[in-house]
Ligand binder design. Structure first.
Ligand code: ADP
Ligand code: ZN
Ligand code: ZN
Length: 803
């Protein structure tokens, strides 16, 4: 028997399966989708079995044998095996990366397998003997005994169970404890087999045998037993002690006992949308729906109903949210409706707990998974619906290999399972809306809020005028007044400081001008070194002007401010206000998002001040005022999606106010009030924004009119980086068709990360049949020649940002 194995060697020029011979004793154990250890060169590496066959085209005498089996049952389904092939081609990654990304982190880390005895009656004598006086034995014991084949049989008939013990990596905030898990007999046996030199181990074992207690911290072992690190480690290796994390991970979505699932009489709009979705579910049609509904229009209620319909049919559902730790309220609604049938994959879980959730999915014990991007690979076997909430969010795109977009994977899986996909948003991505307009996606609209509340009134405040009137503070007079009024009324306020991980542009505070590249319609990026402004799309450079090119004001300078500074200003302006701050600094520890949100929800603060992360999912009845301190940061992002991102953000933030009975007010402060993305977010009407933005995209040749592919080259040496970027660019220029634009190479907007200089080249095309083939050739040149020189080349098809 022969197996094809995708080996875990990414750094190899050839990305294809290798054939291996299966030794006879392992024949009944190998399955497609299981992992094995195989010899590769002079190493032993991990690999995935992607095929099992009787014959090979290769010279069989030259083939090697697989070394051992890692999984006794497959970890990747047949569907996901196919998906990985598609993903490899679509994102130009190594197939091994495509396979790995589908597994829970636990299976990529180190873990231990145990076999538990369930029913001894069916076991043969030799096998049963392994369990002498034990209920659980290590998989390694069985492997050594050569009885793997029997084990597989007993696993299938249920006489034994496989248990996976995740060895947690010690984290700073958890207490590691060492548990005596082995029985006395085993320990005595180990004691006897110790070498004479192992004095420390001997002392430690004898001490442990004398104790009643069975778990200890390392400090206790050192102080009380006079043990040292290496003796403890040795006992762990001998399975006498087991390391476990003592921290108990709190489930973020714990349910309050008073909380009840609310069911509504659906609105006409909701019914109409749901009828379409149900039709597709009932007729096994893989329609992709774009559910365009304003904030608070009841999209989530539609998701819940579609999932319920899927469960009724005995099928499963995937529910993706952009960032699960930010949406505890949402996950709570799913738990309330579906109870134990929901697996929640959130970042507050330990890798072991995530693995448990994954196992529940694998075994079909749950029907729904609610999770972030990677939950799209949930190994469900019969999907009835796949949902992406806030489909426009860039977190759905993975920024590392494999660079996949969850939306593409969702659509692929929906074709496989013949089930619908629902893409939901109040502000769909231009790509999706364009597809819906063309009829590629089926458009469903919700124009009214579910509870018929009015949308909040949005006021745009011109910060240039404030400056003219001598107000140099971050708060306009109007916003400051509104804050005071709400504080008096004991209503709550959300203040939003627009901070994008990276944005540095110069702005004229008198007229709002930001210097842009004429050719690319992109803000020029400020480089402190040499006081230069650069366009990192086309390479155009100019010095930072000392006066505003429009109004000649000298108030033109670098723009940016931090949450801490705002907090200080709030303390000065509103000394009695109770403020909660939510940003990267205050949310470092696990569960801190949830804690801050809960405090705010409980009314323990008047003002919630935060960055991007408070834009989503907040749904508190007492919020009646939202202030955006600086809309300009996203607007002048050096990215062709800057206007789109601004409009999305303004709409989303505004949606936080007045969601319930009390009316909401929004203030957006900006130096560019006339910009259409700001102007149109006043009315929160998506259509006119879409029309206007499409014109701009067409004029400058951006998606969805053109496709983009980003090629980046990095190296520690700036000259080398630039040289190879040139090589790559020229190679593409020569090899791609003449209608395709190859722009660059230019320094990236972030020109250096972790001491590596970054250059890029942008490929723009409407149709390029040769693209994948040529990029694969370029990758091959890179892997065989450039890699040795320390170059890293990455290719990103349909990049979500270009920084
Ligand atoms: P979205 O996901 O579009 O922002 P939600 O589904 O969260 O909207 O609904 C907004 C609010 O309206 C929620 O508080 C929800 O409980 C409520 N709601 C949803 N559907 C209905 C309905 N048919 N009747 C009354 N209230 C509803
Ligand atoms: Zn100016
Ligand atoms: Zn340019």
């Amino acid at each position: 028997m022969i197996v094809e194995v995708i080996v875990d060697v990414s750094a190899y020029p050839i990305d294809r399966p290798f054939d291996y011979i299966v030794p006879e004793e392992l024949e009944t154990l190998v399955e497609r989708g299981s992992r094995v250890h195989v010899p590769f060169g002079n190493r032993k590496v991990q690999g995935f079995i992607t095929d099992v066959k009787e014959q090979t085209d290769l010279d069989i005498s030259k083939l090697k044998e697989i070394h051992s089996i890692i999984d006794v049952e497959p970890v990747v389904t047949e569907e996901l095996l196919q998906l990985s092939k598609w993903l490899t081609n679509k994102t130009l990654c190594y197939e091994i990366d495509a396979l790995q990304v589908m597994l829970p982190a636990a299976l990529r880390a180190s873990y231990k397998k145990n076999i538990k005895l369930i029913d001894p009656s069916a076991l043969d004598e030799a096998f049963l003997a392994l369990f002498y006086k034990k209920e659980v034995i290590s998989y390694d014991v069985i492997e050594k005994s050569g009885l793997l084949r029997q084990m597989k049989k007993y696993l299938i008939d249920g006489s034994v169970h496989l248990e996976t013990v995740i060895k947690q990596q010690a984290k700073a905030k958890t207490i590691l404890k060492y548990h005596v898990t082995a029985d006395k007999e085993f320990i005595l046996e180990q004691l006897k087999s110790l070498t004479k030199q192992a004095v420390k181990q001997k002392e430690l074992i004898e001490w442990l045998l004398d104790q009643e207690q069975t778990s200890f911290t390392m400090n206790e072992l050192m102080d009380l037993a006079k043990a040292n690190n290496s003796s403890v480690k040795a006992l762990v290796d001998k399975n006498i002690l087991e390391k476990r994390n003592a921290e108990i991970y709190r489930e973020i979505t714990t349910l309050d006992h008073q909380e009840k699932d609310q069911r509504f009489q659906l609105t006409d709009e909701q019914i109409s949308a749901l009828t379409n979705i149900n039709h597709s579910q009932n007729h096994a049609e893989n329609t992709t729906f774009l559910l365009h509904g304003i904030t608070g229009s009841g999209k989530t209620e539609i998701y819940l109903n579609a999932i319920e319909n899927s469960i009724l049919k005995g099928k499963q559902a995937i529910m993706l949210v952009p960032e699960i730790s930010l949406t505890p309220q949402m996950t709570r609604r799913f738990k309330l409706r579906f109870g134990d049938q929901v697996a929640v994959m959130h970042s507050g879980l330990s890798i072991g707990e995530k693995y448990d959730e994954w196992r529940k999915i694998w075994r079909g014990e749950v029907k729904v998974v609610v999770g972030a991007r990677s939950a799209i690979f949930a190994p469900f076997k019969d999907l009835g619906v796949i949902i992406l909430d806030e489909e426009h969010e860039s977190t759905y795109k993975q920024e590392d290999n494999p660079r996949y977009h969850a939306r593409d994977v969702a659509i692929w899986r929906s074709e496989f399972h013949k089930c619908p996909v629902i893409l939901g948003s109040a502000t769909p991505s231009l790509e999706s809306y364009a597809r819906a307009s063309k009829g590629v996606y089926s458009l469903l609209k919700l124009k009214m809020r579910a509870k018929e509340q009015a949308l909040p009134t949005v006021n745009v405040v011109d910060m240039r005028a404030e400056l003219k009137n001598g107000n140099r503070s971050m708060f306009s007079v109007d916003l400051a007044d509104a804050v005071r009024e709400k504080l008096e009324k004991k209503e709550q306020i959300v203040l939003f400081l627009n901070k994008r991980g990276f944005s540095s542009f110069v702005l004229c505070r008198d007229c709002g001008t930001v210097v842009e590249c004429k050719q690319c319609d992109i803000s020029l990026t400020y480089h402190r070194a040499g006081e230069q402004l650069k366009c990192h799309y086309c390479g155009h450079e100019e010095p930072v002007p000392s006066k505003c090119p429009e109004c000649e004001s000298e108030h033109i300078r670098f723009f940016g401010t931090g949450t801490q500074k705002v907090e200080e200003e709030i303390a000065k302006l509103f000394p009695f206000a109770r403020v909660l701050r939510m940003d990267v600094d205050t949310t470092k520890t696990k569960g801190s998002h949830e804690r801050i949100l809960k405090q705010f929800g409980d009314g323990d603060a008047d003002i919630l001040l935060g960055t991007q992360m408070i834009a989503k999912g907040l749904d508190f009845p007492n919020i009646t005022l939202v202030g955006v301190l600086n809309a300009d940061t996203t607007l002048h992002l050096a990215d062709f999606r800057a206007a789109e991102k601004t409009f999305q953000l303004m709409t989303q933030v505004s949606g936080r106010a007045g969601r319930h009975d009390k009316e909401g007010q929004v203030y957006i402060q900006t130096y560019t009030p006339e910009h259409y993305a700001i102007e149109l977010s006043k009315s929160q009407l998506y259509e006119p924004f879409y029309q206007k933005e499409m014109l701009v995209r067409k004029q400058y040749g951006y998606p969805p009119f053109y496709y983009l592919t980003l090629v980046q080259v990095t190296h520690e040496n700036v000259m080398v980086a630039s040289e190879y970027a040139k090589l790559a660019t020229n190679w593409l220029r020569v090899n791609l068709s003449s209608e395709t634009l190859v722009i660059g190479p230019t320094a990236c907007a972030i020109s250096k990360i972790q001491n590596r200089y970054r250059y890029q080249c942008l490929i723009k095309y409407k149709k390029e049949p040769l693209l994948i083939e040529k990029l694969q050739q370029l990758i091959k040149i890179y892997r065989t020649e450039w890699m040795k020189k320390g170059i890293i080349l990455t290719i990103d098809l349909d990049p979500s940002t270009i920084l």
